[in-house]
Every structure is written in C-alpha cells, then in structure tokens.
Design a protein around this ligand. Structure first.
Ligand code: HDE
Length: 703
C-alpha cells in the first residue's frame, strides 16, 4: 500500500467505523425491537372493534414507551447546534513544536467531526440571533480523540470558571417567566455586565458583527484558552489555536438577522447542509500562535487571561493545515446531538495551561454528559468512539456496549499478565507536562488580570466606520431593551472606559445621560486583523436571485447564469409563482423559487434583466419592489440591465440613481448597484456585477 493510500484510508477511518452502526431499513419488514415481524401498526389490540385497548398489546406498549422516552436533556449551553464530518490535512510538519502524531507528516489526513452552535438559545431557537457561536472540532487521531472546543470569538466574558454559572444564569431567559429566548437584550444580562467589568472586551465582540455571522462557513474559530505544545524533547510553548475560513469572515446586518429568525429559523444549518450537499465543502485553515515559555511575561497582557487575545500583528498566526467538511450526518440525533466534546480530550504533544477558565472547563464537560447522555458509557456511542483502540478496566454502568471476557478487571494483576498495561512515553503513553507548581492555596485573582479595558479599546479602534456604526446600533437595540433605567446609565458609564465616543452614542440611542466623566482612552493602538473589512472577499458560493416574469430577455439571463457559475456563485430564478414562464423569444422557464416563499433576505444579490413585458409585471408586484428595497437597505449588490432598471426606479433606489435612461452600454456602478443600457449581453456588465457581489456588502448606502 502506498503512502497516499494509507492517508486516503485514514481520512475514511471514522466513516468506516460508523458504517457498522448504520441501520438500513430499505425494503425490510417492519418488526418490534425484538425483531418480531408485524402485520399492522395502525390499530391497537382491542376487546372488540369499539372496545378498550388490551394491556397485552406489547407492540402498542413498546411503541408508546419508546416515544415517551425519546427526549434527552438539551445541553445547558450550546443547545442548538449543527454538525458535519470531514477531515483535517496537514500542510507542514510541526515536529519542531509538538509530538502530536497528527501534526507530523505533511499531507496526512485525520477524520474530524465539527459541531457549530449558538450558546444561549434552546434547541428550537433561531439560528441568526445575536450570540457567540460554538465551533467544536473532534479529531479522531491515531493516539485518541483530540477536541478543540472553541468559539467564533477569540476571548471570553469571564476570567475564572467559577463565575460561569452566574454568567449563564444572567444571560439565559429570566427564570420567573422564561423570557426572553436566545438573546442578551434583557436586564439580567446587562446587570451582570455592569457588575463584572471583566466582560467589557467580550461584550464589544458580542455587540459587533461577529455575533451575527452570515454563515458557519464564513466565521473564524478560536480555541480561546491558552494551551501548550510539547515537542519530543519535552520543550513546551504556549499556543492559541485558530480556524480561518477560506471564504472570509462575513456577517449579517442586525435588521436582516432579526427578520431571518422568522423567515428561516434554520438559516445557518440549511446553508451549511446545502453547501455540503452541493459539493461546496466548507474549508478552514488551521493556524497556531506560539509564545516561548521564557517570554511568558514579555507582554502587556497575561497569557493566562482568557479575556485577552494575542494580537496577530504581534504574534503571527502560523497556518499549518486545512479542514474540509465534506459529509452531512446521516442522523441528527445519533451524531450531532449525542456528540460529546471536552477540552480535556488531548493527545501526547498537547497540554493545558493554568488559565483558570480552562482549568474549570476541564471538569465541566465530562460532568455535563452524565446528565445529558445518561451515564459514564457515552464514549461508546458511535460518534464519540475513538478510531484508536480502547482498553482499560472500566466496567459496567448504564448502557454498556463492550463485552469484556474473563475475570480480570483490575491492575496490577498476574492472571492476565498485567493486561491492559500502561506503556512508557516512548511508546505513546501520555505524560503530563512537568510544569513546576509552587504557591499558596488562595481564592484570589492575579493582579495581572486587572486591566479590563485596553483590549476592548483596541477592538473598537480596529473597527471600520461601518463596523463601529453596527456596534452602536447593537448597543442601542440591546440596552434599549433593558427596563431598568439605572442599569442603562451604568452601561453608558462602563463603556466610557472603552471609548468615550462610543458611550456618547450609546447614551443618545437609549435616552441616557452622556457619561459623567470622559476617561481618556487607554490605547490608541489598533489591530487590522480584527476588522472584517480586511478579510477574504470572493463571490464563491454566493446566492443571486434573478427576478423574472414572462417576457424577460433570455440572452441576458443565460449570460448572467453562466458568469455566476464560472465564479462559483449560484443563480436562482425567482418569479411571482412557480408556474412556467417564457422569455421574450419564447424560451420556456420553470422558476426555481417564487416571491412568496422566498425573499431578498435569502440572497446575497439580485439581478433584474431587461424585457418590457416582464418589468411591467414586476413593477406592479409589491413583493418584487420590496425585494429590491430590502436588498438595497441590507447593502447587497443589485444589478439591472435595460428595462430592468425601471423596476429600480419604482423603489427606494430611485432616490440616488441617476436617470437610467441615460445609462450607457458600459456598466455603471453606484455603490454596489450595477446598471447598463444596451449592454446586458456583454461580458463587462456581468463581470462588474460579479465583482460587486464578491465585495459582500456596500456599507456606504446601508441605513
Ligand atoms: Fe463551554 N460548555 N464552558 N465554552 N462550550 C459546554 O458542555 C463551560 C467556554 C463551548 O457542540 C457544555 O457538552 C464552562 C468557552 C462549546 O457539544 C458545558 C465554561 C468556550 C460548547 C460547558 C465554558 C466554550 C460548549 C455544555 C467556563 C470557547 C458546545 C454541553 C469556564 C473556548 C460543544 C457540553 C458542543 C459546551 C462548560 C466556557 C465552548 C456545560 C464551565 C470559553 C463550543 O460543559
């Protein structure tokens, strides 16, 4: 077997293991759980056709009993999530830094399972709410399962795990009436914030566009906590982990996200499911930031403080591999719901730091599975099984699957020649990093954790004008939803320590007083890596609606569809109904979507081709006009050729577009609106449209 064959196999290893558990019911007889074939499942066994049901109806009892017990407790946080399979491929050997086996051989592949999630909402809540997103990855390595249980924001609200229950109680729906669902826009959350100033930096991220991602495919992932990489010589370095999406980091707008919660509460899961089904596999590069142990105190932040990031300009992210998600789950419950992540799942070559948030997490995750998955054998559930062999003396418990023959289940033993026996480090045994620890037992926090504002200010300083506007708007909505007037004022006063101009704008929005004291900013520094303006921009996988009624210009539509396809984007035809229409040359067309079930919220851009009959019908249709208006207000790309521009003139776009009758055969671009007159069949128009589409949004005209 060649080198590459081995890796091919490796990549498939988890899927092959899962295969053994898949139940294929196709063409099979219906049976009970005991494999008894059934003649009917429509009627219970009764004493006469109109008589009472008989207790001896074991089929009825089994069916109902199973149904009665179908639900398990949802995750206490991150309840709503969506998972996919894939693989990680290493670009370059990391042997200088770590002995982790999956980071040694360039080109090697490791199977992974990823679960994305929101934090606050319950299982049935909407995808697009303002929230942190979980980004948890399980690597099924040859040395055991390794989990990076990260988020899409590189820092956290609190510095010590002991405050986590308080934070989560404050942010979840209020306990007296269980209102509001899946949002931070309520009194208890902001009450916690103003009483715990360590939250300042994370709140800035949570109020930014990062908290309303456009897609799971377009958000970064961060390990957040500081870990260690350990090489074969036992040299350790501090490390932070990063996932960087190849489609760039992009977000929704607040108004758009809120409307999407109603239009399509499954927006994010549908997006990633469809992308994988269509072969548009989400890809994320994997990077590490490393700091030598002897440089631990060289920075103006503490490496162990989880409310601090390591600015990428100061400590560059070294890209070492790529993850590709290429398979949807077969069964949501079996895989996505039952997967159990834990930051304590590490492999030789990786170790922990003393970050007090991480230390608490190491306990919490295994513990919570006991309630959620009903006992200590959850690691035997197919999705949680390592591909590496498991041997130990753990026995019994609810739902035990493994059958261990023989009388020995202890160590040391002579009866089984000490099997299974520990192995030395050289043979793959895990040895904890021999960190020197010396200290008094104190319930205290390090002085080096006291600066709560300078990185919050760094974040604000790094934002583009549009991003700043969005942050102010988010504060306006969130704090504007708080009932307690005193609390609102305290938010303004707290964020004056981040940036006085921010506090003034928050105050104006929520009817509070400007901050009593103008605190000078603690830093003028900025970090360009923090702004989404500097991200990758591409038209790949973007969705474009082409609005059509009978009489549209067939050639223009054909050209646009071809151009979109060439750019890796997706064009969909949208009409007032799903009934067949025809182009002005008579070509029949069955629209992909209709204006009632669809809408601008579900697309990145809209194109209106020429054809006077078709445009005259569109102009009369309220849904078509709102389609344009919505795309306009959400700063999306809009294209119109020939008579198509008349539809724009019938919308809010008219206010800033010049008279389109004067438009030239060369494309003209007005803040992301591309129009052409007489040149719709020409390449430059389509190219200009796709270039604008790749820009994601045109913030200058957003309102
Ligand atoms: Fe978690 N977190 N967390 N968390 N977390 C859970 O474990 C916890 C934190 C994260 O898709 C729970 O299995 C504590 C930071 C993700 O299944 C629970 C603290 C980060 C997921 C838990 C934190 C995360 C969880 C609930 C403070 C980013 C979903 C269900 C010390 C690095 C994983 C479960 C999935 C889930 C505890 C803070 C990420 C209760 C105590 C910081 C992505 O164990």
């Amino acid at each position: 077997m060649s080198f590459s064959d081995t890796f091919q196999e490796n990549d498939q290893k988890k899927m092959k293991q899962m295969e053994a558990y898949r139940s294929d019911d196709d063409g099979q007889a219906l049976t009970t759980d005991n494999a008894l074939k059934l003649t009917s499942t429509d009627d219970s066994l009764k004493a006469g056709e109109r008589g009472p049901t008989l207790l001896e109806d074991f089929h009825f009892r089994e069916k109902i009993t199973h149904f009665d017990h179908e639900r398990i407790p949802e995750r206490v946080v991150h309840a709503r999530g969506f998972g996919a399979h894939g693989y990680f491929e290493l670009y370059e050997s990391m042997s200088e830094y770590t002995k982790a086996d999956f980071l040694q051989v360039p080109g090697s592949k490791t199977p992974v399972f990823v679960r994305f999630s929101t934090v606050v909402g319950s299982r049935g809540s909407a995808d697009t709410v303002r929230d942190v997103r979980g980004f948890a990855t399980k690597f099924y390595t040859e040395s055991g399962n390794y989990d990076i249980v990260g988020n899409n924001i590189p820092i956290f609200f609190i510095q010590d795990a002991i405050k986590f229950p308080d934070l989560i109680h404050a942010v979840k729906p209020e306990p007296n009436n269980e209102i509001p669902q899946a949002t931070t826009a309520h009194d208890t959350f902001w009450d916690f914030v103003v009483n715990a100033p360590e939250t300042a930096h994370m709140v800035m991220w949570a109020m930014s566009d990062r908290a309303i991602p456009k897609s799971f495919r377009m958000m970064e992932g961060f390990g957040v906590n500081t870990f260690r990489l350990i090489n074969a010589q036992d040299k350790a370095r501090f490390v932070k982990f990063h996932w960087k999406p190849l489609l760039g980091v992009h977000s929704l707008m607040r108004d758009e996200a809120q409307k999407l919660s109603g239009k399509d509460p499954d927006y994010h899961r549908r997006d990633i499911w469809d992308a994988i089904e269509q072969g548009n596999y989400p890809e994320y590069e994997f990077g590490v930031q490393m700091i030598e142990e002897d440089q631990e105190f060289d920075f103006d932040f503490d490496l162990l403080d989880p409310t601090k990031l390591w600015p990428e300009e100061l400590i560059p992210v070294k890209i070492i591999g790529k993850m590709t998600l290429n398979k949807n789950v077969d069964n949501f419950f079996a895989e996505t719901e039952q997967v159990a992540f834990c930051p304590a799942n590490i492999v030789p070559g990786i170790d922990f730091s003393n970050d007090p948030l991480l230390q608490g997490r190491l306990f919490s995750y295994e513990d919570t599975q006991l309630t959620r998955l009903g006992g200590p054998n959850f690691r035997e559930i197919p999705i949680n099984r390592p591909v590496a062999p498991v041997h130990n003396n753990q026995r019994d418990g609810m739902h035990r699957m493994a059958i261990h023959p023989g009388p020995v289940s202890y160590f040391p033993n002579s009866l089984a020649q000490n099997s299974p026996s520990p192995v030395p480090e050289e043979e793959g045994g895990f040895a904890h990093y021999a960190q020197r620890i010396d200290g008094h037992a104190v319930r205290a926090r390090s002085e080096s954790f006291r600066d709560h504002f300078s990185q919050a200010t760094l974040f604000w300083n790094s934002m583009s004008a549009a991003e700043k506007e969005h942050i102010v708007d988010a504060f306006h909505f969130e704090v504007g939803s708080v009932k307690d007037v005193n609390l609102k004022q305290r938010v303004v006063d707290m964020f004056a320590s981040v940036a006085p101009e921010l506090a003034v704008q928050i105050a104006a929005g929520i009817g509070a007083k400007p901050p009593a004291q103008a605190v000078p900013k603690s830093t003028q520094a900025s970090s360009p890596a923090l702004s989404q303006e500097n991200t990758i921009k591409t038209a790949r996988t973007r969705k474009v609606a082409i609005l059509l009624e009978s009489g549209f210009c067939t050639v223009s539509v054909r050209n646009m569809l071809a151009e979109l396809k060439a750019a890796g984007a997706v064009g969909e035809t949208v009409s007032s109904s799903l009934s067949e229409i025809s182009g002005k040359d008579g070509t029949p067309l069955k629209p992909d979507k209709d204006l009632t079930t669809s809408g601008a919220l579900l697309y990145d851009a809209v194109y209106v081709p020429g054809g006077s009959d078709h445009v005259n019908v569109l102009k009369q249709n309220h849904n078509a006009r709102s389609f344009i208006n919505e795309a306009l207000h959400h700063a999306k790309t809009i294209g119109a050729s020939d008579e198509g521009a008349e539809l724009l003139q019938a919308t809010d776009a008219a206010a800033f577009l010049p008279d389109l009758r004067d438009a030239q055969a060369a494309p003209q671009i007005f803040q992301g609106v591309v129009v052409v007159n007489g040149g719709s069949t020409l390449q430059p128009f389509c190219t200009a449209f796709v270039d604008q589409l790749a820009m994601h949004r045109h913030w200058s005209r957003a309102n």
